[in-house]
Design a protein around this ligand. Structure first.
Ligand code: HCA
Ligand code: CU
Length: 385
C-alpha cells in the first residue's frame, strides 16, 4: 500500500482526556474538535459516552458540529456501551477488548472465546445501526501473535471496517511493529489502526513502522498527551512523514499546528517541551558557527523541516562563544553595516570574548556591532583584538 493512503485518528478528546493534567470543559472540547478539523485530521475520537453524563453530551455535541472529520466514540465491547455510543449520533464506534494474559487476568477475566463472542454481538449491533465499526485488541504487543490473528481473523470475517492494534504499555519497537502489523495485514481485508504509547520513547517510530507495514489509520493526540506519558504526538507524526516526503502531509494545514500545541499546553497547564517537534522553542534555532554559515547559504543544509511550511521562522543565535563570523557579518549587513571579512572576524572575536562570561542577547550583539562599527569609522582603532 502506498504510504500516502493513511488517515489520522486524533484522540486528544479521548486518550488525551486520560492525561493526568487534562480536564477539558465542553467549550474546550468544541474548540479543539473545530481546530483539529481545521488542521485536517480525518477522524476525531471522543471519550466513551458511558463514562459520565457530560461525556455523552459532549460526544453528541461534537458529532453534531458538522465537521469534515468523522467523529468516533470509544467504548468497551458490550451492548450497553455500544447503544450509548450509537445514541450520540457519531459516525463511527471504536470498540476495544484487552487480549493479553495480563489484562485478561487482571482487568476483565474473559477467555479469547468469550472475547470473540462479545465482539460478534457488538459488531453485529453496530453494523445494524450503520456506523463505521472498529474492533481493537488492547495490549496487542503482549498478546501471543496466534491469538491476535485468531481474534482479528474472526472480526474481519464479520465485516468490521477496521481492526485496532494497540501498544497499550509502550513496549513495542519498530521492528516488532512491522512484524505484527505485517502479519495482521496478511490476515485481514479491513483497515488497520495503530495506537502506540510512548513509555519507552518509540511512539512516533512505531506509528511510522506501522504505516510502512500496511496500517491505514494512526492514532495521535496533540502534544502526545494520554495515560502516563502519552501516545504518538500529532506534530511528531507530521514531522516524521514530512521528513520522508512533504507531499505526504500537504493535505494538512500545517501552520495551524502551533495553535493546536499552544492551546493544549494552555488548557492542561503543561508547557510545550523545548525540544518538541516543530513547535518546541529551539526546533529551528541554529547556533554553532559551522551551522549558521551553512544555513545562511542554504537552510536545508541543517534543516529537515522548513519552518516556513509551518508558519514559523528559523533563528540564528549569535551571542555565544561558538558563533561564527559569516553569521555575524550577515547580521551586521541586516543592520545596514558593511563589514569586510577582516572586520567581521574581529567583531566575532569581540563577541566571543564577551560571551565567555555568559550568553549575549540579540540586542546586545547588535549593540556590540553598532558600537564597534562607530568606533571603527571614527578611524582611531584597529581591530587587532
Ligand atoms: C484505553 C486503552 C487504549 C485503547 C486503544 C484502542 C490502549 O485507555 O482504553 O482503543 O485501540 O492504549 O490500549 O488507549
Ligand atoms: Cu492508549
Amino acid at each position: 500500500m502506498p504510504l500516502r493512503d493513511f488517515a489520522i485518528v486524533d484522540s486528544t478528546l479521548r486518550e488525551g482526556e486520560q492525561f493526568a493534567r487534562a480536564h477539558f470543559t465542553t467549550a474546550q472540547k468544541r474548540e479543539l474538535a473545530l481546530a483539529l478539523d481545521g488542521f485536517g485530521v480525518e477522524y476525531v475520537e471522543m471519550t466513551n459516552p458511558a463514562a459520565s453524563p457530560a461525556s455523552f453530551e459532549d460526544a453528541r455535541m461534537v458529532a453534531g458540529l458538522g465537521l469534515r472529520a468523522q467523529v468516533l466514540v470509544h467504548c468497551r465491547c458490550n451492548l450497553a456501551d455500544a447503544e450509548r455510543a450509537v445514541a450520540t449520533g457519531a459516525q463511527g464506534v471504536n470498540v476495544l477488548f484487552g487480549t493479553s494474559r495480563q489484562l485478561r487476568q487482571h482487568s476483565h477475566g474473559r477467555s479469547i472465546e468469550q472475547i470473540v463472542e462479545a465482539a460478534r454481538q457488538v459488531i453485529g449491533y453496530l453494523q445494524s445501526q450503520g456506523v463505521e465499526t472498529r474492533f481493537s485488541c488492547e495490549d496487542a504487543f503482549r498478546t501471543p501473535l496466534d491469538t491476535l490473528l485468531e481474534v482479528y481473523g474472526a472480526v474481519d470475517a464479520l465485516g468490521v471496517d477496521r481492526v485496532g492494534i494497540a501498544d497499550t504499555v509502550g513496549v513495542a519497537d519498530p521492528q516488532g511493529v512491522r512484524e505484527v502489523v505485517g502479519a495482521v495485514r496478511a490476515t485481514v481485508r479491513s483497515g488497520i489502526e495503530f495506537h502506540g504509547h510512548n513509555d519507552s520513547g518509540c511512539a512516533i517510530a512505531n506509528a511510522y513502522a506501522a504505516l510502512q507495514a500496511g496500517a491505514t489509520h494512526i492514532d495521535t493526540t496533540i502534544l502526545g498527551i494520554g495515560e502516563r506519558n502519552g501516545i504518538t504526538p500529532l506534530g511528531g507524526l507530521i514531522a516524521r512523514l514530512y521528513a520522508t516526503d512533504r507531499e505526504l502531509v500537504r493535505r494538512y494545514d500545517l501552520p495551524r499546528l502551533q495553535h493546536l500545541d499552544r492551546r493544549v499546553s494552555e488548557m492542561t497547564g503543561v508547557p510545550i517541551p523545548f525540544n518538541n517537534y516543530v513547535t518546541g522553542e529551539t526546533a529551528f534555532s541554529h547556533k554553532a558557527g559551522l551551522h549558521t554559515k551553512a544555513v545562511l547559504s542554504d537552510p536545508s543544509s541543517y534543516e529537515a523541516l522548513d519552518p516556513a511550511d509551518f508558519g514559523l521562522e528559523r533563528r540564528l543565535d549569535l551571542g555565544h562563544r561558538l558563533t561564527g563570523w559569516n553569521a555575524v557579518a550577515h547580521r551586521a549587513a541586516s543592520l545596514g553595516l558593511t563589514l569586510d571579512e577582516c572586520q567581521a572576524r574581529a567583531a566575532t572575536t569581540e563577541i566571543k570574548r564577551l560571551a565567555d562570561h555568559g550568553p549575549l542577547s540579540p540586542e546586545r550583539v547588535d549593540e556590540v556591532l553598532l558600537s564597534w562599527t562607530n568606533v571603527a569609522h571614527q578611524g582611531g582603532r584597529t581591530w587587532a583584538l
